[in-house]
Design a protein around this ligand. Structure first.
Ligand SMILES: [Cu+2]
Length: 714
């Protein structure tokens, strides 16, 4: 990794200084239709209850950079800069931060086994700030409302609003103006890029502290010695990742390999990338009745608590962007299509399902129809549930690679927490002439009232001219080895139960402490030390989690050894070691947990029933402890073929104890693991860990204890 000035950037800055103006480039939107050549207009637009018409824009596809065509010795320059783009055909242009001027950034396609070096440039400067750009939106905090957290969240999810002290407007609009989140006006565009899912050394991994100022670039090497998978790159700057990703800094990175090529999976025009995220927009004064967007995005958070206890609910917005467009539409041929799904939201957990909306008629102004929030249908199954296509989405790959075999999406929907990806096939042959919608069923509604989010993500209009489709769904996909944990705690790698049997070298215990623990407003991520062998009088009364053992076993006693990012490293891993990570979620919101460097499989998921307050009974938030051992948790949701795929991010629900297993081979250095709700990550739900060659680790004794327990063998 090297950090040097960007020559082009300097030249541009000089030109800027000479002319005194720098016109922001406009994003070239590149709608790509799956079937129809020529620029046919979008289909009939549909009114929404949130001030914007649906399906006005064709779904764009970011430009593709095929790094396999590059000379081996040539690095790929990818530069972040501010650009203007229309998030919706009826909106003024919005300034965003974009890699190579595209939202999402260019899709980088690489070949497995062939190294690619990327020069990540930071060119985030503007006329107003020729040295460093301010955020291209305001960050406001909706103060706690009399109606409680729910009322505050509804107000925060109301379209529009603006910052109280905004210049350039002569008149007040106290009803729809909010205080700025302190400090956010001073944030300036320092960035560091993380390639999410990449197996690369620590110094190429986008360590959050290693930010580069505008005018600098950072060279990173990606060996790509991993299987075909959907990766993505995004900003990872310490404490401000939520702001730079919300500004637009994200893009796809696809690894292709011989296995994928031999399967003749769909590519080219029949493979779409879909980066899905939510957003809010600033409006002119005048209240919520007259929705007049100013052309600026808005980061609008619900506040909870005041003074020292003030904090915010992670940001969500009422509009869904797919590849930088609000509620776009796509024309597709009636044949198999491939969708590479990415949840690029800051905080919104998606449950995506396909609907046939051809005959759906929801009168404007009718009551909102709640989406599914509990795995069942909404209140009005005739309007919401009847048109659902439960067998439509066929999952072929998860975060880190192809599945062993295609799997119909469990429950008819694809669950994606922020940071998770899914490789999905859809057979549109039987849906010729139909109009479909990809909807998010989680915490959204149809026909929302202001303060709610709309379920719509993307419309797909299927052509009615039959086409010949030579594609057939393969019965088997990846023959790559998978691993399972036997009841005797030994790992079997590959399909033969007697082959390659090894034991995990180390267990890592993490606790997610609910909001309110020891007076804290945010949920917390604790790294635990195994103190089961300590005499009871040394255990203490705070931050101690006790878990009952099985029959005849003594309890496991864990104590928080680290809570903040800058606390000492306690996780030291020998390169090549198999490690079992256990996440104990004691209450509060679901968290998409992401571990850097390698890929994993979920091997166990157990759960406790939650108590009245939403926490695991027996956990005392006042002391952050369980005075008595928690009982052995019951079985959790079954690990279905999709959840059990190779992954790097999992949504862990309150009450669950989730164990994932992975081999830390092929890279070394210092890495991070964290919650991928970006507000949580920025608020310290992130911790470091170190992977070193075994010989160096042996010489490194005395620091951090070599793991919580010096290696919990077994
Ligand atoms: Cu979280």
């Amino acid at each position: 990794m090297t950090v040097e000035p960007v020559p082009e950037s300097e030249a541009r800055l000089r030109a800027l200084a000479e002319t005194g103006s720098l016109a922001l480039p406009t994003v070239p939107t590149a709608p790509r239709s799956l079937s129809v050549t020529g620029a046919a207009p979008p289909g009939p637009a549909e009114p929404s209850t949130l001030g914007l018409v649906k399906f006005r824009d064709e779904l764009p596809q970011p430009p593709v950079i095929d790094a396999r065509q590059l000379p081996e010795d040539r690095p790929l320059p990818i530069c972040a800069r501010p650009v203007r783009t229309q998030l919706h055909a009826d909106l003024p242009e919005t300034v965003v931060w974009a890699y190579e001027g595209s939202i999402p950034g260019p899709t980088i396609v690489v070949g497995s086994g062939r190294e690619v070096r990327v020069d990540w440039g930071n060119d985030l400067v503007t006329t107003m700030h020729a040295e460093r750009a301010a955020l291209p939106y305001d960050v406001v905090r909706v103060p706690p409302q009399p109606g409680g957290v729910g009322a505050t969240v509804r107000l925060a999810n109301l379209p529009g609003g603006r910052m109280e002290a905004h210049e350039s407007h002569g008149h007040d609009d106290p009803e729809n103006a909010y205080p700025m989140l302190p400090g956010t006006d001073a944030i300036r565009s320092a960035t560091v890029v993380h390639l999410h899912g990449s197996l690369t050394d620590g110094h190429n991994d986008g360590w959050a502290h290693n930010v580069a100022l505008p005018g600098r670039w950072t060279r990173c090497s990606y060996p790509n010695e991993q299987e075909s998978a959907t990766l993505w790159y995004h900003d990872h700057a310490m404490a401000v990742t939520r702001f730079s990703v919300y500004a637009g800094l994200a893009g796809f990175y696809l690894i292709r390999d011989d296995v994928e090529d031999a399967l003749c999976l769909l590519s080219g025009d029949r493979e779409l990338v879909l980066a899905i995220r939510d957003v809010n927009l600033e409006t002119e004064p005048g209240g919520s009745d007259s929705f007049a967007p100013t052309g600026r995005a808005l980061y609008k958070q619900a506040g909870i608590g005041e003074g020292d206890a003030a904090t915010e609910i992670p940001v969500t917005g009422p509009y869904t962007l797919v590849n930088g467009k609000i509620w776009p539409t796509n024309r597709a041929q009636p044949c198999w299509q491939r969708l590479r799904l990415l949840n690029a939201s800051n905080a919104r957990i998606l449950r995506l399902a396909l609907y046939d909306t051809t005959e759906e008629n929801i009168p404007a102004g009718s009551a909102p129809l709640p989406a599914r929030t509990d795995g069942g249908f909404g209140d009005d199954p005739t309007a919401f549930g009847m048109h659902r296509l439960p067998d439509a989405l066929v999952v072929i790959g998860t975060d880190a690679g192809l599945l062993p075999a295609p799997a119909t999406a469990p429950g008819g929907a694809v669950n994606l927490g922020p940071g998770e990806r899914m490789d999905v096939l859809v057979n549109l042959a039987s849906l010729a002439g139909r109009t479909l919608e990809l909807r998010n069923e989680n915490a959204t509604v149809l026909r929302p009232q202001p303060g709610q989010a709309d379920a719509t993500a993307l419309q797909i209009r299927v052509g009615d001219t039959p086409v010949r489709d030579s594609f057939t769904l393969p019965a088997k996909l990846s023959p790559n080895q998978r691993w399972t944990l036997r009841p005797d705690n030994r790992i079997v790698v590959g399909p033969d139960p007697h082959h390659d049997v090894i034991a995990p070298e180390q267990q890592i215990w993490l606790v997610v402490a609910p909001p309110g623990t020891e007076g804290g407003g945010h949920p917390q991520l604790w790294e635990m030390a195994d103190i089961s062998d300590l005499p009871p009088h040394q255990v203490g009364a705070h931050d101690v989690i006790r878990l009952a053992g099985g029959p005849g076993q003594s309890p496991l006693v864990l104590r928080a050894a680290a809570k903040l990012f800058d606390d000492t490293v306690t996780i030291m891993i020998a390169e090549g070691a198999w490690i079992r990570w256990n996440v104990i979620h004691l209450g509060g919101p679901a968290h998409p947990m992401h571990i850097h460097m390698t890929s994993f499989q979920m091997i166990e998921r157990r759960a406790w029933a939650l108590g009245q307050g939403g926490n695991v009974p027996g956990f005392d938030p006042a002391t952050g402890s369980t005075p008595s051992p928690l009982p052995v948790p019951g079985p959790g949701p079954a690990i279905d073929p999709v959840t059990g795929g190779t992954k790097d991010t999992w949504v862990v629900q309150p009450g669950e104890v989730v164990s994932v297993l992975g081999r830390f081979g092929g890279a070394t250095g210092e890495f991070m693991y964290h919650c991928h709700i970006l507000d949580h990550e920025d608020h310290t739900m992130m911790r470091p860990f170190v992977v070193l060659p075994r010989d160096i680790l042996a010489m490194h004794g005395g620091h951090g204890g070599g793991g919580h327990d010096g290696g919990h063998h077994g």
